[in-house]
Design a protein around this ligand. Sequence first.
Ligand code: LLP
Length: 419
Amino acid sequence: MELFDSKYFFYSDNKLYCEEIPVDDILAQTGTPAYIYSKKFFVDTFKELDSSLQNIKHTVFYAVKSNFNLSVIKTFSDLGSGVDVNSEGELYRVMKLGINPKKIILSGVGKTANEIKLALETNLLMIKAESEEELVLINEVAKDMNVIAPVAIRVNPDVDAKTHPYISTGLAENKFGIDVSAAFKFYLQKEKFGNIEFTGIDMHIGSQITTVEPFVSAVEKMAEVFLKLKSAGLTLKHFDLGGGIGVVYHHEKTFSVKEYADALIPILKKLDCEIFIEPGRFMTANGGILAAQVQYSKKNHDKNFIIVDAGMNDLIRPSIYAAYHHIQPLEINPGRKEIIADVVGPVCESGDFLGKARNISELKRGDYLVVMSAGSYGMTMASNYNARRRPPEILVDGNNFQIVRSRETFEHILYDENF
Ligand code: LLP
């Protein structure tokens, strides 16, 4: 059985710790399933990324969609990070934290008029536009409000990010962005977009990208547009690289942020503008785990199943992307036999699994296991399917931990229903 550990989640005396706390001490208080995050991971990771870009004027805008717990967002914003939001709900969250509007950017391929209005009322730093119709609408809303909207066009560079098709966004076939030639044209239509100030250019080619080449190809294409616009008289203030930096879930070979910076900075320096970056997964994935308790184990037709109390409603990535998350016991019990088993949840779907054909030590009813690398797109994609309550979230900081979101109650789930 392979054990994944790190500086933030590691075994000592056969017990899993998060920072300085045995995870079972936390679970004794919170029960399972539960998401547990390491604050130190978030802090170190932000600093690592931010300092790798120190040779170029830049701002990190944490993509809150990967983990929008208020305490997690606050951890990053306290370090000087901006935020990238994708909806009015995410905007509401970050405003609740009192984040400076000039540190907020708004993304989204289908923004409503209301979202655009809200963004303008909030006076945030920049709104992205992903279609001609959206540009027209932003212009109209800004005109009605008698303001000038700061806009960056999200350009679709038609580059293959070589990632899972559901999270690839920079190909011509994807719904995102505006193609290079149309974007160039819109940028220069000053008359048509009189209530827009084009402040920047943006890309986001996909997520969980494990080589730097797609970024380099996309940035080269976009840099060309940037410089052509400059020659045509439009000098943009910022160039947004989007998110997408891949992380290790299993044995992926990824690149370091230094390699990323070394490959991109020489191209970006020529633009002489501020660089934005919108990482989500890189900042949070390996800073979180999902802990679950074994309910039953059984052997059916020679196949082993470990049935736990966390399911696809808590962590949907294995079900929808066939994503690998490492699974291991909370406590190592050297006497236990190793088996190959599917680790499944209690939801009434065969797609409800956390891992298939895993080498793991035999686990008994009442034992705990943990699903690793669950800090991104875990809780933010959790649902109430089967009327299950979403799990609590716990933030560990050294030898302290705080329940930063408590387990939902059944009344929470019924809150807005009438009969
Ligand atoms: N910026 C924009 C405009 C985005 O759409 C995204 C992610 C990001 C930044 C952050 O990307 P990251 O650094 O996290 O790769 N639910 C999927 C991932 C969807 C990503 C959506 N957009 C998953 O669980 O793998």
